[in-house]
Design a protein around this ligand. Structure first.
Ligand code: DC
Length: 235
């Protein structure tokens, strides 16, 4: 555990913990990470936004999403930065603020596709390790507890049945004239399958992660359960 030595006897040392939250899409990671960050005074870092920003660049440049060499070349001339904010992160792609441009279905699917390539992953992992190096963070993604910060003090693996995750996503969407819940669930299953079955750092719980299945919980209950897990780990 990373503990800063206190210079004064009797003064509690400041604990700069890392909380890793992994899980599939729609499991409630963002809501829970945001709450934990506020409650425990930590920075909230959304790693999926980094893959999304790079995917946006690949789409704009019309680079085929299955061309590893072309994607690697594109990555070499790309900067992605995450700036933690009170609510959400600000995402900078080559210093352009793309925060509002990376949540649409096209970028969502592209992010999952570009994230299978080891060269893209090792670049992102390095950036994420730099971001969290000082501790005091909640970092959410797919491989935080297994690859990015295997030494994290708290690891939570969030899950829920695909139908439940899909319905949550559907309910969170704005106006949706042509979209049916089944479409959202199908898209989510496709992405899950890719994220769970890729060869490099697939989505899976770390051996020492606490599993939190929110299928039969409201998001509010899941938030409370996650808070209790962190509190217990810190005790
Ligand atoms: O968490 P998200 O939905 O914003 O992530 C988008 C995609 O990025 C996800 O389908 C897989 C990839 N991703 C990843 O491979 N590793 C991470 N740590 C975070 C996201």
């Amino acid at each position: 555990m990373s503990v800063e030595e206190s210079p004064l006897p009797g003064v509690e040392p400041i604990r700069k913990i890392i909380v890793a939250i992994d899980g599939p899409a729609g499991a409630g990671k963002s809501t829970i990470a945001r709450h934990l960050a506020q409650h425990f005074g930590l920075l909230n870092l959304e790693t999926g936004a980094m893959y999304r920003a790079f995917a946006l660049k690949a789409l704009r440049a019309s680079v085929p999403l299955d061309d590893a060499a072309a994607l690697e070349a594109l990555a070499a001339e790309t900067t992605v930065r995450l700036e933690p904010g009170d609510e959400n992160n600000r995402v900078l792609l080559d210093e352009e603020d793309v925060t509002g441009l990376i949540r649409n279905p096209m970028v969502t699917s592209a992010a999952s596709r570009v994230s299978v390539f080891p060269s893209i992953r090792s670049w992102m992992v390095r950036l994420q390790q730099q971001l969290g190096a000082g501790g005091g963070v909640v970092m959410e993604g797919r491989d935080i507890g297994t690859v990015v910060f295997p030494q994290a003090e708290v690891k939570i693996f969030l899950d829920a049945a695909p139908e439940v995750r899909g319905m949550r996503r559907y309910d969170q969407m704005g106006p949706k004239p042509a979209t049916q819940p089944e479409d959202v669930i199908r898209e989510l299953r496709t992405r899950d399958e890719r994220d769970r079955n890729r060869a490099d750092s697939p989505l899976k719980p770390a051996e020492d992660a606490v599993l939190l299945d929110s299928t039969d919980m409201t998001l509010e209950q899941a938030v409370q359960a996650a808070e209790a897990i962190v509190t217990a780990k810190l005790a």
